[in-house]
Design a protein. Sequence first.
Length: 242
Amino acid sequence: MSDMETVIREVAKDIWIFSKPFARGGLVPIGGRSTAVKLSNGGVWVLASTPLSTETKATLDNMGPVEYIVSADKVHHLFLTEYKTAYPNAKLIAPADAVVQHGNKDLKYDGIWGKDPPDTKYGFEDDIQHCYFSGFVNKDVAFFHPASKTLIEADLLFNLPATEQYSKSKTSGKIPIFGGVSPHGWAAARFAWTMGQDREAMKRDSKTVAQWDFERIIPCHGDVIEKTGKKAWLDCYRHYLN
């Protein structure tokens, strides 16, 4: 299936993003994004959060063999079956809540955050580190690619409006009335605070991410943050870090 609205680009060496329009509840434009990383062994790791269009699949296949398909939280699971069907030999890893939410109950998982022991290794850790936010309402996983100093995440931090994700759309991607949500503003910090169900776990995990040496953030929702990603994280999670 072709998709003329998806923007595909290499954001850094060996990292490709697949950005497209998406509106929460059909009303709030926050954009959607998948991210693929070519690992040092030549394989490909994919955070699968958008449809596997013809163009997306062609890009992934050109990168190398897909070895890992991951879901970043309990709501970013819609396309897992589609990706696993296309890449049956890839390992599938998702949070426990995503496994429960996903419609295909026959889907087999090779790893489950929130069910596996916290120190479980899934095979991609030489290239990508991960931190499961057990205290976050959506049970998100943050990923860190040290080689490019990149943080990859889903709902932990937004950078709106979703300009790139709507760049091929007839609509602007701006949020009605508000226009956008900056990770540096009070609203983002308040959102991060209210989304925490276990404050002590949130303090622990937000500090783990803060200790990673990243400059770039690739969010599922909103524009990529270049150079100032660490400051964006520190500002957004200041209530947990201070």
